[in-house]
Design a protein. Structure first.
Length: 300
């Protein structure tokens, strides 16, 4: 019953106009470098789930204290802490939400509405407590906790059913077999133009520089599996055409979000006029190179 209800939220287009307007507004915020901080690029995964622990934990603890006589003051303090912590958590969530697919955004919008209702109920609860209306404050607090639980249910669906915030390139090291794989003749790769090939059914982005150096990354963006081979190249990086994540070609590092995970990177070499790639061992920063001028192979 619950999965069907949540699936219906994904399919309902009635709020798409609101989503478009809110998405434009969030993307237009003058956050600059703070945007990557809010995405969680520095952490390696979205920071929003970490930030929400403070308001949720504070409000749940307040509910426990409200069940005990004589602890209304402590419960009110916890509610205030939760309200203060809700703002940065909401901002981080909004920045992530603006860069999701439409079905994810639909669920995310209802998730945000539930949490907004929770904030309003807890603000009213705190106001009642300040005025000495403890019983009303408790009632509003329990209603707020119900709204938080609803928001958490939607957030769980967003994260685990819809894989928002997950690393969409995580499977690559588990799927690609060890060793070198020949993926085409050198002449098939014009300099400065991204190309798409496949290794063990895994799409691979190949970029040839003007000096003949080759770079190869997993082609599906770690953010939401966007096609990097359709992206733009600039300054030794590739920009995803879907949500603008930027990855360094030399090592796959996520230079800018919303991606919080780097791209799996492949070592490259040319053998008998053909390009071969090998998934790079993360424990080795540099690929193996074949020594000696007499070798026909060159690793890059």
């Amino acid at each position: 019953m619950v999965p069907r209800l949540l699936d219906s939220v994904e399919r309902r287009p009635s709020g798409d106009a609101v989503i478009d307007a809110l998405g434009r507004g969030v993307r237009a915020l003058p956050l600059r470098g703070v945007r990557d901080l809010l995405h969680g690029s520095w952490l390696g995964h979205p920071v929003h789930p970490l930030l929400v622990q403070v308001p949720v934990g504070s409000w749940l603890s307040a509910a426990v204290l409200d069940l005990r006589p004589g602890r209304a003051r402590e419960a009110g303090s916890l509610i205030a802490v939760g309200l203060a912590a809700a703002a940065p958590a909401a901002l981080a969530g909004a920045v992530d939400w603006a860069e999701l697919h439409r079905r994810q955004q639909r669920v995310g919008l209802v998730h945000a509405l539930a949490n907004t209702a929770a904030v309003g109920l807890y603000a009213a609860s705190l106001a009642c407590r300040v005025k000495g209306r403890t019983k009303a404050g408790r009632g509003l607090g329990f209603l707020g906790l119900t709204a938080v639980a609803t928001g958490g249910l939607l957030g769980g669906h967003l994260a685990y059913r819809q894989a928002a915030g997950a690393n969409h390139a995580e499977e690559v090291p588990q799927v690609v077999s060890a060793g070198w794989h020949r993926i085409g003749s050198v002449t098939e790769f014009p300099a400065g133009r991204p190309a798409r090939r496949a290794v063990d059914d895994v799409p691979v982005l190949v970029v040839r520089e003007a000096d003949g150096t080759f770079h190869a990354l997993a082609e599906r963006c770690s953010h939401l599996a966007g096609p990097l081979s359709e992206g733009t190249l600039d300054g030794g990086c590739v920009r995803c055409p879907w949500h603008g994540s930027v990855f360094r070609l030399s090592d796959g590092w996520n230079v800018h979000g919303p991606a919080t995970s780097p791209q799996p990177v492949f070592d490259t070499r040319v053998v008998d006029g053909h390009l071969e790639v090998r998934l790079r061992d993360p424990d080795h920063a540099e690929p193996d190179r074949d020594p000696g001028p007499a070798q026909d192979d060159t690793a890059r």
